[in-house]
Each structure stands twice: as structure tokens, then as C-alpha cells.
Write a protein that binds this ligand. Structure first.
Ligand code: NDP
Length: 244
């Protein structure tokens, strides 16, 4: 199955590292014009060096007004990957206000705001579009020390469904992708301890964590017309973790 995004413009958040960076590069390979958004300029510098056609935007997406300013003049966007995320860990009884706000501000509020900006343009142009929210298996299953992260991803899944409901009539599809652990910088922070990793893997029927490419391929499918009738789904990329 060949996927082409020739003639389409795509915006990827959190494109400096990990899943977002790989998604941005894969979209370029499929012919899309890509806008890469993240908050560390050095990551954007190396990304543009690797792929000069990428349009970089440096902004902290947890800052509502700065996001508005940064994305005001990006032009039409057909495809959005709401990928930027933060995954701090604290036992429930130790959760702080700072950690709660930090996690919700990027994982939920930031995703909502970027999608609003992009979807308003899609609606105005009447051109439709596809949005993928990068959620997690943590949205559906309790994970120790991940109270706030789990709550943000649960909120993001519900946001996906309401967006699908309200934006569907404008031919804008919205879906969630829900990976298991991927050994990116974020994955390593949470799952480098071999005992912890072993326990998690023992609950994944395929017996392994996901690779970045596993997630990227599913994102590309949901962005593409190959999934033209798929709207409002929560798609696990989890080796079967959520099935059992
Ligand atoms: P990484 O930490 O490797 O990359 C996250 C990217 O998002 C970084 O470029 C980071 O920039 C950027 N980012 C974070 N906060 C902000 C912000 N406030 N404004 C702008 N950019 C920001 O994470 P992953 O690639 O692993 O994760 C990507 C997504 O996948 C996240 O939503 C995560 O929750 C989800 N996910 C990850 C899993 C995993 O095991 N890795 C499993 C399931 C879901 P900077 O480094 O400068 O902060």
C-alpha cells in the first residue's frame, strides 16, 4: 500500500525528537510539505540540516498566546499530528500542582489549541483534513506513578471523539494513536529500569515494546486517504497490551 501526500501541507508538533521527528521526516518522504513545531531551537536546527525543505517553528506549546502568535501565519494545513507531550512521573499522593499543570498544559491544552488553529483554517477553506492525536495506552489502563499522565491521555482520547463529532461534517477526520512504550527519550525516562521493563513487556502479547517506525506507520495511515472512513477511533499500537 503506497501512501502519497504530494501537494499536502502537514504540521507536526514535538518534531524535535522521537516519534514527532521521525513522523516529520516520513511525511517529507511521502511528498508532504512539512511544518515542524517544537520548543528547542537546537533540535530544529539539526532537523532542517537533515531535511532542508522542512519549515521550522520554535514555540513552547504550553504557552497559549505564544502558540497563537507562532502559528498565525503558517498558511494552510491539511494534516496535523498533535504529538508534543510530556510524561512526568509521581506517585498519586505526591502529585504537585506544578506537575499537574505542566502535563495538562502540553498534553491536553496545547493539543486542543493547535487543533483549533489548524481546523479553523480547514473549515474556512472547505478542504477537509486529517488530524492525529498521539495519545498512549496509558489513556486506557492505570500505570503506577503515572496518575497525571494517564489522566491527560484519557482526556486527549475524549477530545479526539468530540473533535471527530464536531469536525466530521467539515470532512475533517480526527483519530488517536495509542502506543505502548517506545524507547525514545521519554520512553527511556520511564522504562529503562530492566525490572520495570520486564514487567511491562510480560503484559504485551507480542513480548516487546514498539519501535518508533511502528507508531509512524500507523500515524501515516490515519493521516492518509487509505483511512478515509475512519473517524474518532482510539487505535492501539501496543502489541496487544490493551486487549488483555
Ligand atoms: P520525546 O520526549 O522523545 O519527544 C517529545 C517532543 O515533544 C520533543 O521534541 C519535545 O521538545 C516536544 N515538546 C514537549 N513539550 C513541548 C512543548 N511544551 N512545546 C513544544 N514542544 C514540546 O517523546 P516521544 O517521541 O516518546 O513522545 C511523543 C508522543 O508520544 C508524546 O505525546 C507521548 O506522550 C506519546 N507516547 C510516547 C510513548 C513512549 O513510550 N515514548 C508511549 C506512548 C505515547 P523538548 O525535548 O524540547 O521538550
Amino acid at each position: 500500500m503506497e501512501i502519497s501526500f504530494t501537494g499536502r501541507r502537514a504540521l507536526v508538533t514535538g518534531a524535535g525528537k522521537g516519534i514527532g521527528r521521525a513522523t516529520a521526516l516520513a511525511l517529507v518522504k511521502c511528498g508532504a510539505e512539512v511544518i515542524a513545531v517544537t520548543r528547542t531551537q537546537a533540535d530544529l536546527d539539526t532537523l532542517v540540516k537533515e531535511c532542508p525543505s522542512i519549515q521550522p517553528v520554535c514555540v513552547d506549546l504550553s504557552d497559549w498566546d505564544a502558540t497563537e502568535r507562532a502559528l498565525r501565519s503558517i498558511g494552510p494545513v491539511d494534516l496535523l499530528v498533535n504529538n508534543a507531550g510530556y510524561g512526568g512521573q509521581q506517585p498519586f499522593l505526591d502529585v504537585t500542582q506544578e506537575e499537574f499543570d505542566k502535563c495538562f498544559n502540553i498534553n491536553v491544552k496545547g493539543a486542543l489549541h493547535v487543533a483549533q488553529i489548524v481546523a479553523r483554517g480547514m473549515k474556512a477553506r472547505g478542504s477537509g483534513g486529517s488530524i492525529v492525536n498521539v495519545s498512549s495506552q496509558a489513556s486506557q489502563r492505570a500505570l503506577r506513578d503515572h496518575a497525571v499522565y494517564c489522566a491527560t491521555k484519557g482526556a486527549l482520547d475524549m477530545l479526539t471523539k468530540v473533535m471527530a463529532l464536531e469536525l466530521g461534517p467539515h470532512q475533517i477526520r480526527v483519530n488517536s494513536i495509542n502506543p505502548t512504550v517506545v524507547m525514545t527519550e521519554m520512553g527511556r525516562t520511564g522504562w529503562s529500569d530492566p525490572e520495570k521493563a520486564k514487567t511491562m513487556i510480560s503484559h504485551i502479547p507480542l513480548g516487546k515494546f514498539a519501535e518508533v517506525e511502528d507508531v509512524v506507520h500507523s500515524i501515516l495511515f490515519l493521516l492518509s486517504d487509505k483511512s478515509a472512513m475512519t473517524n474518532g477511533i482510539i487505535m492501539p499500537v501496543d502489541g496487544g497490551f490493551l486487549a488483555c
